[in-house]
Design a protein around this ligand. Sequence first.
Ligand SMILES: C[S@@+](CC[C@H](N)C(=O)[O-])C[C@H]1O[C@@H](n2cnc3c(N)ncnc32)[C@H](O)[C@@H]1O
Length: 561
Amino acid sequence: MHIKHFRTPDIVIGADTIVTLGKHILEKPVDKQDAYKMLSRLSGKEHSVFTGVAIVHCSSKETHLETEVTDFYEETKVKFAELSEELLWEYIHSGEPMDKAGGYGIQALGGMLVEYVHGDFLNVVGFPLNHFCKKLAELYYPPPKHTIHHVKHDSIPSVETFENLSDGESDSSYPRHHKSANTLENKGISLPEAIYTSVNSCNIKPVYPAAVENLGGMMEYPATFPSKIIELMDGFKASKALFVASKLKVFDLLKDKCVLKAADVANKIEASVCGTERLLDACASLGLLEKTHQGYSNTESANMYLVSDTEYSLHGYIIHCNDRLWHHFTHLETAVKEGTMQGHRGFGKTTEDLFQDSCYHSGEAKQCFMTAMYSISKLTAKDVARAFDLSQFKSACDLGGCTGTLAHELAHKYPNLSITVFDLPDVIANVSCFQPPGEHTTPVKFTAGDFFKDNLPEADLYILSLILHDCSDEKIHILLSKISAICKPGSALLVAEIVLDEEKTHPHRAVLQSLSMTEGNQRSGSEYKQLLEKYGFTNVQIKITGNILDVILGFKRTSAH
Ligand SMILES: C[S@@+](CC[C@H](N)C(=O)[O-])C[C@H]1O[C@@H](n2cnc3c(N)ncnc32)[C@H](O)[C@@H]1O
């Protein structure tokens, strides 16, 4: 075997690098466990990316090298965590799995296989800690282009490097201001943020942003460590910690930059000190709270989304998840075996009709459901309203429009649109506390009725947001037949739902949601298109918004079609 080109990483980040980095840039010790956490945060990917040897580029012809040197790595038990910034970049753009091979291998036996090294040889023959520090500094304070030289070292293949950046241990040739008033610490930037921002400044985004949020429980993993599975196994604990902290209004207590000790929080939420402390620590480890020696405080995202009275609060939905959805999932095994929804087991009652059920029967539960819908709608309404140009419509009817949040957004965007929210009487009777302040002459009209049984209000745009996925085929037939019958040619139906990919495995949210075994179904784009066409809608367009809900718009066929 002969390897012609071996592309080395241009930037290498490892736990030891971060420890050194802490010393050089922050002038503050970083322990190795924290360094591993940062690495996982940086990639947001499987930890194995970091626990192999250097990540290098291998073309498909060269991938056998990977096995060779990985074996070598296994043999020598070299443990280093490294990341190629460039490969992360390539990976993101190609959608292909990142090639991983043994940079460390190349310095020994593996080197005999390599004729030409493309990239910085230093990155494979040794761990370039100082070089990396300079690289990071450079990302922060990029040198002018002309300082990049092509250098020929004796016995080292031609490499592209920054010759003016000395690798001497004592030489801090990255800009001096890093060490004075401009240190990251003085700027209030933490080390993980610094690395994160450095990489982001090169337009590198974490591969799995969701994993970035989850910093809990990292350790030095062997390359085969089933980190994803461990993360999934622990996921329910993290959810429950969030639910309980929300339920106990911990985030409300800590709003407005309030910093409290565990005992004070315990006192205010009337809970045990030891239990509260564990809950607060769990929230801190999940990145929901910050913990300092002064006490606990909300993170920015907790202030924005977890405090119960903020504009984009998810509190209502979280409580719904805890009080309601949790029970559905507790009985998942039975649900799967029987193929039916199991929510009633947690409540001691049976239910035929999800909607009637989901609106609950007690006033408090109804309010809770509406608050949950309001939370989600606040977050999605703007993107749903913006997905298509709806300026051609004069009137709209949001069927099952609940609190009217989407309707208000549409009224705001299209001042000439007259819009009616149509929902069950129990819901309409409770909408007043969800109306925007100061909207006495509200352009949104609320009408009570049952969309399966009653006549629908006339409109030239009908909206079904988060309705179809919960309905059985029979119910969908009743509803879409009615809408289709009342729509004049040129009128339209706008559906807001999560649109699955064609394999129906993404996004996870929708796929997991369907496990609650309601009588409805989550659908892919082509299935929604077919469904709308079946009921006489044509020119069906789908907009994937990037928000929780996607949007589908279809126009009623003219009779000539
Ligand atoms: C899952 S919620 C969706 C709420 C809102 N469209 C949204 O996107 O946030 C379903 C809504 O449909 C309403 N609904 C259920 N069955 C209905 C019926 N038969 N007639 C009218 N509205 C109904 C419920 O009251 C509830 O407000």
